[in-house]
Write a protein that binds this ligand. Structure first.
Ligand code: HEM
Ligand code: HEM
Ligand SMILES: [Fe+2]
Length: 453
């Protein structure tokens, strides 16, 4: 860690972990409800649970991104954070708005728009909070001694993500129009600007962990950014197929969204090539594992499982079913959850001075959570295919199909238990690091050569 002010990242990482635990609890509530044990129904009906589960996901990932930016930007710019006091204010206001929003969902204070349920007054507070965050980041970047491509890609991803929140705040009476703009936020986030954030953080981690020249890594970054925008912007059309919009979206959405996996494939090839090119090995093996798994699993979850239902004739049947949940889980896990865990695994030893680089707990956390999430995805896939067949081909009622898919949720719960054990071990390692301290100041990466010379 170069500067004391980078320590603020710890607050955001800790909040991330806390919210992830809550998200998992709501996941289990829904998993049991699908199995027929909707025991909390009176207090937490399914729609409340799903809303809370998804919004907690968005908030913990955003908290992770913010922590990552507070750690990376000062390091890349070679300048302390613009203001630690303001960053602390931003943290606490972010956390408080998040808590109020989640509590509000339980008393029906929401907008009812999937993923963007936070009610309007809180939306304004979120907007103010994010502006403060961006001011701190941009001022640090501008005042910095150097401005790297990596830090600009990361920062522009964050700026665009904030701008794209705005279309989701406009209210329309017509649900088709409302849904049209909701996708500007949801789709253009995960299949557009968040990919810049992902590219930026991955590039930073690869520079640090492989020892490959910055110039080489940043050239790849341009390719990934190019592929993302080329496919992702018009790829939004895969949400406009049968929603009341013009029919040309069938063609445009079909073609461009089918190209989207290329951007994720680019990310995978990028990470693996840099790893193989690297002539040095950073001792932090856990951070390297998470970095590579982000690049690989995002391609599987977002790229391949996205492709599986992105063509109009398929989406006609799968839209809004558990097939979507199958893809949603592995895509979010591979691309954004693993990314946050990767930057945390890299930054925590440098912030605290404790070299937990390759311990048993960390390795088990990696494998249990990944295998658990793959198994969960498989259970959702089995349930999803059965649901599509029963509901949309055989024509059974929703609840009849739900009854038939119960056994798959038993499997889901088993898989989710393994996943949760993995996350539990990750958090246990996180706690072992302790708090950031000044002893860690000035500790730079220590490489060890691949072969003894
Ligand atoms: C123990 C862990 C978890 C369990 C048991 C679980 C279970 C569930 C269930 C049952 C649903 C509702 C599906 C439906 O619509 O009926 C759901 C939705 C969702 N979960 Fe999870 N979940 C867990 C963890 C996670 C994690 C870690 C992520 C992200 C990395 C995640 C992302 C999502 C998303 C994006 C949706 C919405 C899917 C859609 O739009 O159809 N979940 N989850
Ligand atoms: C990391 C990137 C991605 C993430 C996190 C992600 C996540 C999600 C989530 C959560 C949903 C449900 C949204 C909702 O109903 O509100 C969804 C829907 C969808 N995604 Fe992705 N996705 C990603 C990339 C992709 C890619 C690259 C493709 C195509 C190749 C794709 C194809 C689709 C399609 C077709 C739907 C609509 C499903 C439906 O009609 O119900 N996704 N995605
Ligand atoms: Fe999309």
């Amino acid at each position: 860690m170069k500067f004391e002010s980078q320590k603020i990242a710890y607050h955001f990482f800790a909040l991330s972990m806390l919210l992830l635990v809550l998200q998992i609890i709501y996941g289990f509530i829904m998993g049991f409800a699908h199995m027929g044990y909707d025991v909390f129904h009176e207090w937490i009906p399914f729609n409340t649970a799903v809303t809370t589960h998804k919004n907690l996901l968005v908030v913990w990932i955003l908290s992770g991104f913010m922590g990552a930016a507070y750690y990376i930007i000062p390091d890349e710019s070679d300048h302390p954070l613009f203001s630690t006091g303001l960053a602390k204010l931003q943290f606490w206001s972010f956390a408080i708005v998040g808590v109020i929003a989640v509590a509000g969902f339980h008393v029906g204070w929401w907008e009812g728009r999937k993923f963007l349920e936070i009610p309007r007054p809180l939306d304004w507070l979120v907007a103010a909070n994010v502006i403060l965050f961006l001011v701190i980041i941009l001022m640090t970047l501008i005042k910095g001694k150097q401005q790297t491509t990596t830090s600009w890609v990361l920062t522009m991803g964050l700026v665009f993500a904030a701008l794209l929140y705005l279309p989701g705040m406009v209210y329309f009476d017509n649900i088709s129009v409302d849904s049209f703009f909701r996708w500007w936020v949801v789709h253009l986030w995960v299949e557009g600007v968040w990919e810049l954030i992902m590219g930026g953080i991955l590039a930073y981690l690869l520079i640090k962990l492989t020892g490959v020249d910055r110039e080489v890594i940043e050239k790849w970054l341009y390719v990934v950014v190019g592929l993302t925008f080329l496919s992702g912007i018009l790829g939004t059309g895969h949400h406009y197929y049968y929603t009341g919009g013009p029919s040309y979206w069938l063609m445009i959405g079909g073609i461009f969204s089918a190209l989207e996996p290329l951007a994720f494939l680019g990310m995978t090839v990028f990470a693996i090539t840099m790893y193989r090119k690297g002539n040095k090995r950073h001792p932090n093996k856990l951070a390297l594992f998470w970095t590579l798994s982000t690049a690989i699993v995002s391609f599987l979850g977002a790229g391949l499982l996205g492709l599986a239902h992105t063509l109009p004739p398929v989406n006609l049947y799968t839209h809004g079913t558990l097939v979507t949940a199958m893809h949603g889980h592995l895509a979010f896990w591979g691309a954004y959850a693993s990314l946050v865990l990767a930057i945390m695994s890299y930054a925590m030893p440098l912030m605290t001075g404790r070299k937990i680089f390759d311990n048993r707990m960390g390795n088990l956390a990696f494998w249990c959570s990944n295998i658990g999430m793959f198994a969960m995805t498989t259970a959702f896939a089995a349930a999803g295919v059965a649901q599509v067949y029963l509901e949309r081909i055989a024509g059974f009622e929703f609840m009849v199909a739900a009854e038939e898919t119960k056994p798959h949720f038993f499997v889901l719960i088993l898989a989710a238990t393994l996943f949760t054990v993995g996350i539990g071990m990750f958090i246990s390692n996180f706690l072992k690091f302790g708090l950031p301290n000044d002893e860690a100041l000035g500790t730079e990466n220590e490489f060890k050569p691949l072969q003894a010379s």
